[in-house]
Design a protein around this ligand. Structure first.
Ligand code: ADQ
Length: 459
């Protein structure tokens, strides 16, 4: 089997509890051998590359540091102040500066340079996410001919938003150098095709094959999953169920998100406020636990969302709290996975209501964590990629607080039979399309895509 070279923005080092993507890439790397390449995590005054070699390990890790200038331009700048807002439908939050784009190009070129000595004939390269769009173009320029695949974890923007980029043509040129483009949802594949048709020279050859900038690329949907069996087990063995129940109250709604403006937290708080206003019988009967660790705090839009959500939750609590009940508990801290799993299991309602989201793995974790005999109800935004497959959730429009509040009330009153029917259908999907399925399906498709004859620019 050919070696796998995985490249991601962040290289997981150490033994922290790991998420699904880390497990999936590690499994794939363990079975084929290879190298995992990524940013070490913090800006450094003396940037260097480090090869982490462990005797007997199935694969190597290669980390690179970034200096402060590159970190600000590539990571905080072009990645998180231009691409992230744009891909989440918020071009008004973009902060376009020429030095951001320059830094973004510079880091991809540097990653390509540091990869070269580690590549061998017969390898396959798999690039993850929006921080590294230009990597295939940089590698091809350096003469690399092995298959290169790309997976985008966040939504792909439609033509109106793409046109707001400082460099839409360049984005499509970057993408044209991959053999296989993987997207989370049909929505993203559709947006890619339409945006590239309008803003570049894309011509469809079939549903999944395109000619773009004189090259042929394959583009398909691969909905990412979680490590379902591990998560189910984690939830079953969650610590101290009784204690958890006494802490969380009999009926609890839970939300778990990075504190990000794409996750729709203000809308969620407003819907909860409406629920309590229109259902006074629920006062002291239901509580809402929102766990949201802050991220990207040096980007202004993230400071704004923190202030807005703290203000809103404070207002709802001020309006409804009683001497022995706090309606919203808003916690800005990460929790170990087994604690999260236990909290999901205790929660009668899981709230996943982003305004835009590539997939949303919390939706899948919530389902996996439920007790199959007495499961909770998932309320899911139609704008999460997960909504395309998790159709047995209560699907809502997160912009409409009345609809969301009604779904909360419906979930509170849902019969056990109906909860079990919905949950078993959802669980089946989460288990079948888990993260191992995702990576093996992707890698099989990459192999196939790369076997096609190389197209010439005039052919
Ligand atoms: P994220 O935007 O980070 O991921 P999501 O898919 O929900 O969103 O993944 C978050 C992960 O972090 C989950 O596994 C969750 O359990 C964990 N997490 C969140 N809050 C936590 C806390 N307080 N403590 C511990 N863990 C916490 C991006 C895209 C998504 C896409 C994923 C994977 O934005 O749309 O689903 O990548 O492709």
């Amino acid at each position: 089997m050919s070696r796998l070279i995985a490249v991601s923005n962040r290289l997981p080092l150490g033994v922290n509890p790991s998420g699904g993507l880390v497990v999936a890439l590690e499994d794939a790397l363990k079975s084929s051998g290879g190298v995992w390449i990524g940013f070490s995590g913090e800006p450094s005054e003396y940037p260097a590359d480090h090869l982490h070699e462990h005797p007997g390990a199935a694969f190597q890790r290669l980390s690179f540091d970034l200096n402060v200038e590159d970190y600000e331009a590539y990571y905080l700048g072009y990645s998180n102040s231009i691409l992230w807002p744009l891909c989440h439908g918020r071009p008004n939050l973009m902060e376009i500066r020429p030095e951001y784009l320059e830094g973004y190009r510079r880091v991809s070129a540097r990653v390509a340079d540091l990869m070269l000595p580690h590549l061998r004939e017969g390898d396959r390269i798999w690039v993850q996410d929006y921080q590294l769009f230009p990597l295939a173009a940089e590698l091809r320029q350096r003469g690399v001919t092995v298959p290169i695949g790309y997976f985008l974890h966040i939504p792909f923007p439609g033509p109106a938003d793409c046109a707001a980029l400082p460099n839409p043509g360049e984005l499509f040129d970057w993408l044209s150098h991959y053999d296989l483009l993987g997207f989370q949802a049909q929505r993203d594949l559709g947006n890619f095709a339409e945006s590239a048709r309008q803003l570049a020279d894309l011509k469809p050859l079939s549903d999944s094959r395109f000619r773009l900038s004189g090259r042929e690329v394959q583009a398909q949907v691969f909905p990412i999953g979680i490590d379902a069996s591990a998560f189910i087990e984690e939830a079953r063995q969650a610590p101290d169920e009784d204690r958890m129940r006494s802490l969380t109250g009999a009926r609890m709604m839970i939300g778990v998100d990075r504190l990000d403006y794409s996750k729709g937290l203000p809308q969620r708080f407003r819907a909860f406020q409406l629920l309590l206003e229109s259902n006074p019988d629920l006062i002291e009967q239901i509580s809402f636990l929102q766990i949201a660790p802050p991220t990207r705090e040096s980007v202004a839009a993230y400071q704004d969302i923190r202030e807005e959500t703290e203000h809103l939750s404070g207002r709802v609590n001020g309006q409804f709290a009683t001497l022995n009940w706090t309606p919203i508990r808003f916690i800005h801290r990460p929790f170990p996975r087994n604690v999260l799993a236990g909290l999901y299991r205790q929660a009668r309602i899981g709230l996943v209501t982003p305004l835009a989201d590539g997939m949303n793995l919390v939706a899948k974790e919530y389902v996996a964590a439920q007790d199959v005999v007495d499961p909770g109800v998932l309320i899911l935004s139609r704008f999460a990629g997960a909504a395309e497959t998790m159709t047995d959730a209560l699907i809502i429009n997160p912009h409409d607080p009345h609809e969301m509040a009604e779904a909360m009330a419906e979930a509170v009153h849902m019969t056990p039979k109906e909860r079990r029917r919905r949950h078993s259908a959802l669980l089946q999907g989460v288990v079948e399309q888990d993260v191992g399925w995702w990576s093996s399906t992707y890698l099989a498709a990459l192999e196939k895509a790369a076997q096609r004859p190389v197209a010439t620019s005039d052919g």
